[in-house]
Design a protein around this ligand. Structure first.
Ligand code: ZN
Ligand code: FE
Length: 256
C-alpha cells in the first residue's frame, strides 16, 4: 500500500492509503484536496475513517461521501453525521483488505478513537488523529490528564516500528518545547535537527516512528527521571505519573 499525507488548511494532513486502485482517507476536514487527488490518480475511494468530531477532521465528510459513495467508519460516542459504522475499543474495520483494530483514546475529545493495523506490507500503521503528535500530544479539551496518559500508554504498547500518522504538522514547535523539558536528551536534539532539515526542504516530518517517539516525546516519557525533575521545577509537583503528565501538559499550554 502507498501512504500519502495530503496537506489541508494551515497544518492538517489528510492521510490517504491506497493499493493503486482503491483508497481510504482519514479525517477529511476538507473534501477538495481529496477530490482533486482522486481525480488526478483515478483511485476509487472505498472508505473514510474518522477519529473524532472536530470540524478540521470531519468538514469534508458529507460532500466526500456524497461524491464517492465511500463507507464511513467513526467513533461510537461522538456526534458524526451518519450513516456510519460506529466503532469503539475492541471493534475492527476491514478496509482495502486490511483489518484495522480500534483503540479508545479519550483525552483530546471524550470519544476519540485510533485505528491500528499490522496487515500492511509497509509495516504497522497507526492513525491517531489529534491524540499523539510527533514530539507532543493533543490538548485536553474534553478529557483528564489521567485519561490522556492511559490513552498514550495504550498507543506506546504498539510495535516500535509502527508508522504514526498524526493529523497535524506540529512537530517543530513540539520539539522546541520537548528540548525545554529534556535539554540533555541527545536523541531529541538529533531528531530536532533531522526534522528541521525536512521542513526546510518542504517535506512532512510524518509519519513518525513509534520507537523514536518513545525516545524523544516528553508526553510518552512522563516516568523518566529527567522529565519528572523538569515537571517538579515547573510547578513543584511531588505527585505520581499522572501529576507529572498534567504538569508537562500545562507547561506546554503556556510555552512560547
Ligand atoms: Zn482535534
Ligand atoms: Fe485537529
Amino acid at each position: 500500500m502507498k501512504l500519502i499525507p495530503l496537506p489541508a488548511f494551515q497544518d492538517n494532513y489528510l492521510w490517504v492509503l491506497h493499493d493503486g486502485h482503491r483508497a481510504l482517507v482519514v479525517d477529511p476536514g476538507d473534501a477538495q484536496p481529496v477530490v482533486d487527488f482522486l481525480s488526478r490518480t483515478g483511485l476509487q475511494l472505498e472508505a473514510i475513517l474518522v477519529t473524532h468530531h472536530h470540524p478540521d477532521h470531519i468538514g469534508g465528510l458529507v460532500p466526500l461521501r456524497d461524491a464517492t459513495g465511500a463507507a464511513v467508519f467513526g467513533p461510537a460516542r461522538e456526534a458524526i453525521p451518519g450513516p456510519l459504522q460506529r466503532l469503539s475499543q475492541g471493534d475492527s474495520a476491514t478496509v482495502l483488505g486490511l483489518r484495522f483494530q480500534v483503540i479508545d483514546v479519550p483525552g483530546h475529545t471524550a470519544g476519540h478513537i485510533a485505528y491500528f493495523t499490522d496487515d500492511d506490507d509497509g509495516g504497522p500503521l497507526l492513525f491517531c488523529g489529534d491524540t499523539l503528535f510527533s514530539g507532543g500530544c493533543g490538548r485536553l479539551f474534553e478529557g483528564t490528564p489521567a485519561q490522556m496518559l492511559a490513552s498514550l500508554d495504550a498507543l506506546a504498547a504498539l510495535p516500535d516500528a509502527t508508522r504514526v500518522c498524526c493529523a497535524h504538522e506540529y512537530t517543530l514547535s513540539n520539539l522546541r518545547f520537548a528540548r525545554a523539558v529534556e535539554p540533555g536528551n541527545e536523541a531529541l536534539a538529533a531528531y530536532q535537527r533531522h526534522c528541521e532539515d525536512l521542513r526546510a526542504r518542504g517535506e512532512p516530518t510524518l509519519p513518525a516512528l513509534l520507537g523514536e517517539e518513545k525516545r524523544i516525546n516528553p508526553f510518552l516519557r512522563s516516568r523518566e527521571p529527567a522529565v519528572v525533575r523538569s515537571a517538579q521545577a515547573f510547578n513543584g509537583t511531588t505527585g505520581d505519573d499522572v501529576a507529572v503528565f498534567a504538569a508537562i501538559r500545562q507547561w506546554k499550554n503556556e510555552f512560547r
